[in-house]
Design a protein around this ligand. Structure first.
Ligand SMILES: O=C(O)CCC(=O)C(=O)O
Length: 291
């Protein structure tokens, strides 16, 4: 069976991307320092208390979820902007290449799998997009562990190598591995990789935070432009403003009055504005060559 690779931050983005591409998933064990993890836990604790459990078998009737994380717990911004994970996401999704100008955040979600929750239905995250999938990577998920993930408490089950399987193939139990990881790790998997939350047979909740990235031309799962209202978005770092949707996927997706929506966020354009071409450098060059 393809192994589930374990790496450290010091291995660097190229090694993490290579592991992700070959196995469909990997784990970086020392991703978050303990102090940062403890402060995130403190910020998220009241929201875990307030969040209700899910209503259906897929999201789990003993599992709590909540999103809009940058509005609820602004320090989660550091996870989305992590200087290892963000470059890995850009590289894995081919940012700047012919099929992806820019990546975006697909969703932000804290997940607490409660005691007694059965294993989640195995799925590929990019199956939510109803079209004939090729072998391009559209999405990558980063699940930051707030607790140690064990086979007993619901560690994510992953079928390593399944990103390269025929889409109709299901995983047999012996093809699944629990993504066991210490608290403060990040578990990465591609949108094509079969996986699901594991069964929690312990008495304690298993908590993690998902930052999901996708190519910038897909509809994001979470309507981040609404869940993070403009007055909150204005307080975020510029890169995060782009990742939640204040960016154009050049040349022509996601504009306001034909202009980059970050200009709107900054109050730089009014009710009408001069539409820009918003071309990539390669497109500018092609237009110039055509004369
Ligand atoms: O929490 C996990 O381990 C994975 C959850 C998941 O894959 C999902 O909710 O779609």
């Amino acid at each position: 069976m393809t192994p589930l690779p374990y790496l450290d931050r010091a291995d660097g983005a190229d090694a993490v991307t290579a592991a992700l591409r070959s196995s469909g998933a990997c784990i970086v064990c020392d991703a978050l320092d303990p102090m940062a993890r403890l402060s995130l836990e403190a910020d998220l604790a009241p929201w875990f208390d307030a969040a209700p459990c899910g209503e259906g078998p897929f999201f789990g009737v003993r599992t709590k979820r909540f999103s809009a994380l940058f509005a609820k717990a602004p320090r989660t911004a550091r996870l989305a902007l992590d200087d290892l994970v963000l470059p890995v996401a850009e590289s894995a999704l081919g940012a700047g290449g012919p099929f992806c100008d820019r990546i975006q955040l697909n969703l932000t979600q804290a997940i607490g799998i409660g005691a007694g929750e059965p294993a989640q239905h195995l799925h590929r995250d990019d199956d939510f997009f109803p079209f004939a999938h090729g072998d391009a990577d559209l999405m990558i998920n980063a699940l930051w562990t707030l607790d140690s993930f064990t086979a007993a408490n619901g560690a994510t089950q992953i079928a390593p190598g399944s990103h390269q399987w025929d889409r109709r193939r299901r995983a047999s139990p012996h093809e699944l591995l629990p993504a066991e990881a210490p608290a403060g790790a990040v578990i990465l998997w591609l949108g094509r990789t079969l996986h699901g939350g594991g069964a929690n047979t312990t008495d304690a909740t298993r908590r993690g935070v998902v930052m999901s990235y996708s190519v910038g031309w897909l509809a994001p799962a979470e309507k981040l432009l609404l869940s993070i209202p403009p007055h909150v978005a204005r307080t975020l770092p510029a890169r995060l403003q782009q990742l939640i949707g204040y960016q154009i996927h050049r040349p022509n997706l996601g504009w306001i009055e034909g202009r980059d929506p970050i200009e709107w966020l900054r109050g730089d354009i009014g009710e009408v504005a001069a539409a820009g071409d918003n071309l990539t450098p390669a497109q500018t060059e092609r237009m110039r060559a055509r004369g």
